[in-house]
Design a protein around this ligand. Structure first.
Ligand SMILES: [Zn+2]
Ligand SMILES: [Zn+2]
Length: 689
């Protein structure tokens, strides 16, 4: 006699075993109709599950809760849609073999082997969706049946799919006591798939679906095994939810920095130059220059000194720092001098010998610099320092080169050459806490100015059980406390992560998410007790004795490439006026106002404003659209009446109507002020008053 406890605490008692569907019907006809699955003792199950003993039961329906769709309902719908898609694909491509098709957070996929026949392309999607629609319209039940392991394995062997046989063998190894199939309809008659379930009761419960994309994959993720095609799709309970999801994806695509980078001509990656090597085109150059100017101004206020160092350094330098030959995989190979090379060639030295002798230090060469620290250290060491000179803060927009295995084509976020907004602070131990705080206040200021609040802070601490960390534990305690205290001043949530410190000291990292949800580490602030020892750095203390300084490495934005890539997505390409490559476009309505437009254009240029003039014969609507396509912050529309009254009709990017009219001088001054204050005062804001 099962006693069934419902979510509200009610207990229902039945005289004989019942299915979850029958319990739903006993509660109400509405619930029975909406039901697509059940949670039995917390486990997601089919509605047809027989309840023969006491249990807790919740009926799963696609009804939205607290604004979002029910995650269990989506799981059932998507897993069921994966079956429907696989059946449709097998109808159209009878030669394919199915591998594995799980639901995902945003949809589902099915890994399929197309070997030995026609391959699939995105052009096949409409035909696949049409077949799927037929299966959904037929409203066939998902019917589960089970077989004992041996009989089940024999059946699969007979069917000849090594993929399904392997799935079954793995399920058996993991402890399954029987194998189960789900037929879409009647077992033995309709299409079926080896599957643990659960599913919605019938295909008609699938509200809306879409086949979305293709990717290549390998069986078990192993590139030595079969090459597979991963077909992605998504499904929802209703057409409206699917439409909203697709609109959101479209929006994300529009923000993608690789797409916008091309459209707005911000940067270019050229196969002839090399993968992962960013070419900053004039428009992107403006954005970078403005950011560097802003950062440099702040650094000057904080007492930094600007230095410049070359792009290469001798191998010996990196032997001392420890970057060579360690971390060799992440560097371009060393450069060898001509004379050395010809001498080695005469000796008949092989490539293997060359590498060996370089590592041993018998042959010298140069390395494209993988980081700027060793160069800055040699600058610090080039003159004596007293405790009164400390801290010494050396800053450089330093370009470094790292060998990335997968130079992601077309993007700025994973590259092989990049410029860090780097600085190294050589400080006395008693100055560590204050200097770390100073580094973070700069980050806070710049993120604040850019309106970036969606970042995460990670404080990397040492793992107390590990021996890999160098230096005195007392120093570590102090440095960790300094980092923790500094992170608190940021006013954003941060996590402390033991084991995430560098081997030479604790660090603070800044992590942001891009439009497709990938996390990127931007900046970092690191406290370092190790390199000052390796390079034997010292300063003269008040006691007239040499003392060891502590180093702080900091690159708050990581690299200009990655940072600007993230900024493009953050602003969806619509940069604020101070960063915008083109700040104002002057649009004369006709030839009659051309002279006045030229005068306005010159007046703006005289103020150092990046203004352009559209003197084409296009209609004004066309000119406005062109400016809007390039996301120019302001358009100054001038017609004969404006010329007469010395006025400007102002249009801001992203607003439908004109902001209104403003006097010639007020407009030029307003734009100049918005530029100078980096958006603290805006023309738009002043006209709204
Ligand atoms: Zn399945
Ligand atoms: Zn460094």
């Amino acid at each position: 006699m099962p006693r069934i406890t419902l979510p509200d605490g009610t207990v229902k008692e039945f005289a004989a075993p019942v299915t979850a569907a029958e319990v739903a019907a006993s509660i109400g006809a509405g619930l029975a109709k909406a039901a697509i699955g059940a949670k039995v003792n917390g486990e997601l199950s089919d509605l047809a599950t027989v309840l023969d003993s006491d249990c807790s039961l919740a009926i799963v329906t696609p009804k939205k809760r607290e604004g979002g769709a029910d995650a269990d309902a989506l799981f059932l719908i998507r897993h069921s849609t994966a079956h429907v898609m696989a059946e449709a694909i097998q109808r159209l491509f009878p030669h394919v073999k199915l591998v594995y098709g799980p639901p995902l957070e945003t949809g589902f996929y099915y890994d399929i082997s197309f070997e030995g026949g026609k391959a699939i392309s995105t052009e096949d999607f409409p035909a696949i969706e049409a077949e799927m629609a037929k299966i959904v319209a037929e409203n066939r039940p998902f019917t589960r049946y089970e077989m004992p392991i041996d009989a089940g394995l024999a059946k699969l062997k007979g069917e000849g799919s090594k993929f399904k046989l392997d799935n079954a063998e793995r399920a058996t190894a993991a402890g399954s006591t029987a194998l189960s199939w789900y037929a879409t309809g009647t077992p033995g008659t309709n299409w079926e798939d080896l599957c643990r379930g659960p599913h919605v009761p019938a295909t008609g419960k699938i509200g809306a679906f879409k086949v979305t994309s293709l990717a290549s994959s390998y069986w078990k993720g192993d590139e030595n095994l079969d090459r597979l095609t991963r077909v992605y799709g998504t499904a929802f309970a209703t057409k409206e939810e699917l439409a909203a999801h697709m609109a959101q994806l479209d929006e994300a695509k529009k923000r993608d920095h690789r797409v916008l980078g091309k459209q707005l001509r911000l940067f270019h990656i050229d196969e002839m130059v090399g993968q992962g090597l960013v070419l900053w085109t004039p428009n992107g150059g403006v954005v970078r220059q403005e950011l560097q100017t802003f950062i440099s101004e702040e650094l000057r206020k904080q007492g930094y000194h600007q230095v410049f160092t070359p792009h290469i350094g001798k191998l010996d330098l990196y032997r001392t720092s420890g970057h060579f030959p360690y971390y060799r995989e992440s560097q371009y190979p060393p450069l060898v001098e001509h004379e050395q090379l010809s001498m080695l060639a005469k000796e008949g030295c092989s490539c293997g010998d060359l590498v060996n002798r370089m590592e041993k230090g018998e042959i010298d060469g140069y390395l494209l610099k993988p980081m700027n620290c060793p160069h800055h250290i040699r600058i610090f060491a080039s003159s004596p320092h007293s405790y009164r000179d400390m801290p010494v803060r050396l800053a450089e927009f330093g370009t470094v080169y790292r060998w990335e295995q997968s130079g992601e084509i077309g993007g700025m976020t994973r590259v092989r050459g990049f410029t860090q907004d780097d600085a190294h602070l050589f400080v006395r131990e008693d100055q560590v806490a204050e200097e770390v705080l100073g580094c973070l206040s700069l980050v806070k200021l710049i993120f604040g100015t850019l309106g970036m609040s969606d970042y995460r802070v990670r404080v990397g601490l040492r793992d107390p059980d590990s021996a890999k960390y160098v230096g005195d534990p007392k120093n570590w305690d102090k440095a960790e406390e300094a980092c923790r205290a500094a992170a608190k001043t940021l006013g954003v949530p941060f996590s402390e992560e033991p084991g995430e410190a560098a081997f030479y000291g604790p660090k603070i990292d800044f992590v942001v998410k891009d439009v497709i949800g990938r996390s990127w580490q931007l900046g970092t602030v690191q406290v370092d007790y190790n390199l000052p020892i390796r390079f034997d750095l010292s300063y003269i203390g008040a006691d007239n004795q040499p003392h060891r300084p502590v180093m702080i490495h900091r690159a708050p934005f990581g690299s200009m490439e990655r940072f600007v890539g993230c900024l493009i997505e953050h602003f969806a390409g619509a940069f604020p006026l101070w960063l915008a490559p083109e700040q104002v476009r002057v649009l004369p309505i006709s030839e009659k106002s051309a002279d006045y437009a030229r005068e306005l254009h010159s007046a703006l240029r005289a103020q150092g404003i990046r203004a352009t003039l559209d003197e084409s014969n296009d209609r004004i609507q066309g000119k406005i659209k062109d400016a809007s396509d390039m996301k120019v912050p302001y358009c100054a529309v001038v017609g004969p009446r404006d010329a007469e009254g010395r006025k400007v009709s102002v249009r801001a990017f992203g607003t439908e109507a004109n902001l209104g009219e403003i006097g010639f001088d007020a407009f030029v001054d307003g734009i100049a002020r918005e530029y100078r204050t980096r958006g603290a005062e805006t023309v738009k804001g002043s006209m709204a008053k």
